[in-house]
Design a binder for this molecule. Structure first.
Ligand SMILES: Nc1nc2c(c(=O)[nH]1)N[C@H]1C(S)=C(S)[C@@H](COP(=O)(O)OP(=O)(O)OC[C@H]3O[C@@H](n4cnc5c(=O)[nH]c(N)nc54)[C@H](O)[C@@H]3O)O[C@H]1N2
Ligand SMILES: Nc1nc2c(c(=O)[nH]1)N[C@H]1C(S)=C(S)[C@@H](COP(=O)(O)OP(=O)(O)OC[C@H]3O[C@@H](n4cnc5c(=O)[nH]c(N)nc54)[C@H](O)[C@@H]3O)O[C@H]1N2
Ligand SMILES: [Mo]
Length: 758
């Protein structure tokens, strides 16, 4: 492949030759069959397939190639020609595979057959679908309803997800936690509380009109690279970008557009951030308070001198509550305190604050750097405070932009995958399906893990994902997981969650979104919702990786038939035969969001399901947007102490969550290994360490449990003192299950208290 990309240059800017080289390497690794390029060409376009990677929106006016480096990697990973067949298990026991790395498990390729765990030989063996469903149904029917959990990772389409939620409820519980419980639940809870919307407020056109973007803890270069295109356009028209991030992320520094021949030939780099503020991990509340202080001071000066106000007074009066107490806190907090908590200088915050004031329309962007903290919801509320001061929500070119993870993570919540009963129109479900929906709230991930550890959870059904590898306190979890009566994981690839089988255990292999989903009435489309609440259909055309695969929807329906008593309104077979009937049911359940769902399925850019906050309608407790007065200036649940660090658990550019594509984190210059701990020169020196030394990280959460991760090589990196980094998911063993966002229970994976042992 490499000769297609001559003259590879430095791995400097994001995008550019490095991006193409990285795709080319995966190409070599995954041995894609012919036709992969066609699959990429159809990606994120009407009538094509929405990327299986992240939830970044699909523009109506798409580019010839509407995919990015990491979307291409995800595609190639799904379309690999490697196969994990039943033969594989003749060569390997489950115990042996527990010693394998995530990367090596991924390399085994697509799962081809339904598999049942055989404890006698410690291997998975081929099983018929019929036998699998019968066995699952039999166990589920005997278990107490509240002891079964229905997890989903945000891949599966809206149709399968709606039926999955219906399966749980007709079975008898609301135990429907999702990957977002480890991710943007902070947004679902924290953002909802203050603006009445659990999702972002902007749409694509706002990206094209904004004068400034403020980034807090989101890394578009690796995690939503197609975002770099509108950012590049924004820079061309003079918009400003300000970034708050402890790590200097290349995608937020500069970008060479790999899809612009001119940029590629000239190596033309677009500088992205005008100001880059390396806030301490967990220091955003103070940093944003500082920005607000600059705004309030400027407004005070304007009042004194009779100039136009800096605050959007009319907006604040008509649309918000809580300004006064917030402003009192802003005024009474000294710059010394702000500097100390944020790790930033007053001068740097002032420069950023001036950009905020000078910009008519501002978008606040955030990701895991804000959500995964003990006070993650407060972090989010602080971004909202900043935006509200100048009326930057519900106005063209302005708003709040949480960048979602999985391609349908937001949509799954929209169609009923939720553990909280108040979010679900139970009366509609009752009327449509003639059953009494369970009235008790179900379990979040944190509660499910605690239930597992306490032996109260007896069965886990997983619609995708790799929960065992994604959760905190992984070591304890693995033991409890295997003690369950039943584990069922619907998967495309082998992963660590399969390697701790319950007493009865199945791996059920499913189609990828790229693959032809042929049912009794013909080929079926599925749909997903992106970060801007737009819904798009996908029509898989590729030949399935194996003739034995079933669609996620079909698997859900078969489990339901086996576990839930028959009811003439539950037409699982008809729904499997024709997904458009399921879309009609979704429209009936959520008429406001899904008007003319089937008719609009392939609308370019997707159809918008709307967002009240976008129209300045606030569905909060007060029916107003709410300023929040924080009670603390950092997002932590622990104090600083000598020898205690704030550990960021990081994503490399060569992974999608627990799926490790390779060992090249080229933007950060880390090659060939993931066993590193990144530290500033100063911290290395102060701790008496030297670069390359191998150390152990030890959890310093005050609960008496020993948590450790051995074998990490000390690696110098540009970080604020006291903040260190190690890769997720390896570092999950250090995260305590009780260390989570206070309001939403999102694990606090971005400031894990740790010590270093040599
Ligand atoms: N290629 C690829 N794409 C992905 C994923 C992937 O793993 N790989 N994962 C998908 C998923 S599920 C999700 S949720 C998203 C995640 O995408 P992001 O939200 O970007 O998540 P992270 O990379 O974990 O962290 C984001 C940034 O937060 C910074 N940070 C850490 N602590 C702090 C802090 O205290 N304050 C501030 N201001 N910044 C901080 C980190 O340095 C990092 O740059 O991406 C999705 N897309
Ligand atoms: N310490 C720490 N922990 C974290 C995070 C962090 O930043 N730090 N991030 C958290 C976040 S944001 C998230 S979202 C979670 C992720 O948690 P999960 O969503 O549970 O994990 P993934 O790694 O995305 O799941 C990968 C697996 O999904 C399966 N899969 C892939 N495609 C499909 C498909 O189309 N259908 C089905 N059925 N299966 C498929 C494959 O078998 C693959 O191995 O992890 C969280 N955990
Ligand atoms: Mo996520």
């Amino acid at each position: 492949m490499s000769n297609i990309f001559p003259n590879p240059e430095s791995d400097g800017p994001s995008g550019g030759w490095g991006s193409l080289k990285s795709i080319a390497r995966i190409f070599g690794d995954t041995r894609p069959p012919a036709g992969v390029l066609e699959a990429l060409a159809r990606q994120n376009k009407p009538g094509g397939v929405m990327c299986v990677s992240c939830a970044w929106p699909k523009p109506a006016n798409y580019h010839p190639f509407e995919f990015c480096e990491n979307g291409a990697k995800a595609t190639l990973s799904d379309l690999t020609s490697a196969r994990c067949t039943p033969d594989f298990w003749c060569r390997h026991t489950v115990a042996e595979l527990r010693e394998w790395k995530d990367y090596d498990l991924e390399q085994t390729g697509r799962l081809t057959h339904p598999l049942r765990y055989d404890a006698g030989t410690d291997r998975y063996v081929e099983v018929s679908w019929k036998e699998a469903f019968e066995s699952i149904g039999k166990t589920l029917r005997t278990l107490p309803r509240e002891s079964v959990v229905f997890y989903s990772s945000g891949h599966a389409g809206l149709e399968a997800s709606y039926l999955y939620a219906l399966l749980a409820r007709t079975y008898g519980n609301n135990n429907l936690p999702q990957s977002s419980n480890m991710c943007h639940e902070t947004t679902s809870v924290g953002l909802k509380k203050v603006i009445g919307s659990p999702v972002g407020t902007i749409v694509w056109e706002d990206l094209e009109k904004a004068d400034a973007f403020f980034f807090f803890g989101q890394n578009p270069g690796s995690n939503s690279p197609r975002f770099l295109h509108p950012l590049q356009e924004a820079k061309k028209r003079g918009a400003k970008i300000v970034t708050f991030n402890p790590v200097v992320e290349q995608g937020l520094v500069s970008f060479v557009n790999p899809q612009s021949p001119m940029d590629m030939l000239t190596g033309h780099e677009t500088q992205i951030s005008d100001e880059y503020l390396q806030v301490r991990a967990g220091g955003d509340i103070a940093a944003i308070l500082g920005l607000c202080k600059v705004v309030i001071e400027a407004d005070d000066a304007a009042v004194r001198s009779g100039h136009a106000r800096v605050l959007d007074v009319a907006f604040i009066e008509n649309h918000t509550v809580g300004l006064d107490s917030f402003v009192d806190l802003v005024r009474s907090t000294t710059w010394d305190k702000i500097e100390q908590e944020s790790g930033l200088t007053e001068a740097a915050i002032r420069r950023a604050g001036e950009i905020y004031i000078q910009s008519e329309r501002v978008i606040g962007v955030y990701g895991m750097g804000l959500t995964q903290h003990s006070q993650g919801s407060l972090n989010v509320a602080m971004v909202v405070n900043l935006l509200l001061l100048r009326g930057n929500i519900g106005r063209e070119g302005a708003g709040c932009c949480p960048v979602r993870g999985h391609s349908n993570v937001q949509g799954q919540r929209t169609v009923g995958i939720a553990e909280k009963t108040k979010l679900i129109p139970m009366d509609k479900l009752k009327a449509l399906f003639d059953f009494d929906p369970p009235t008790e709230d179900g379990t979040t991930i944190v509660d499910a893990v605690k239930g597992l550890l306490a032996g109260q959870i007896k069965a886990f059904i997983c619609l995708g994902g790799n929960l065992l590898r994604a959760v905190p306190d992984q070591n304890a979890m693995e033991q409890s997981w295997a003690a369950q009566d039943l584990t069922v994981v619907v998967s495309t690839k082998l992963n660590r969650s399969h390697l701790f089988p319950g007493k009865t255990a199945f791996i059920l292999p499913c189609l990828s979104r790229f693959e032809r989903d042929e049912q009794a009435t013909g080929p079926q489309a599925v749909s997903t919702e992106d970060s801007f609440s737009h819904i798009s259909g996908s029509l898989g055309k590729r030949q399935p990786a194996s003739e034995h695969l079933k669609s996620e929807l079909a698997i859900v329906a078969e489990i339901a038939k086996a576990a839930v008593p028959p009811n003439p309104r539950l037409r699982w077979d008809d729904w499997t035969a024709d997904y458009s009937i399921v879309r009609d049911l979704i429209e009936k359940t959520y008429p406001e969001d899904f008007k003319q769902y089937n008719q609009r399925l392939f609308q370019p850019g997707g159809f918008y399901r709307g967002n009240p906050a976008h129209e300045r309608v606030w569905k909060t407790d007060t029916n107003m947007a709410m300023f929040t007065t924080p009670e603390q200036l950092n997002a932590l649940a622990f104090e600083d102490a000598p020898g205690r660090y704030r550990l960021i658990t990081m994503r490399s550019n060569d992974q999608f969550n627990t799926t490790i594509y390779g060992y090249s984190d080229r933007f950060r210059g880390i090659e060939g290994t993931r066993d590193v701990v990144l530290m500033s020169d100063e911290d290395i020196r102060t701790a008496g360490l030297r670069e390359g030394q191998v150390v152990t990280l030890v959890g310093d959460f005050d609960d008496g449990v020993r948590r450790e991760l051995r074998g990490l090589k000390v690696t110098a990196h540009n970080l604020p003192s006291g903040t260190i980094g190690a890769y997720y998911p390896e570092a999950n063993v250090l995260v305590a299950i009780d260390h989570h966002d206070e309001q939403s229970k999102t694990p606090a994976s971005k400031a894990v208290p740790v010590r270093i042992e040599v």
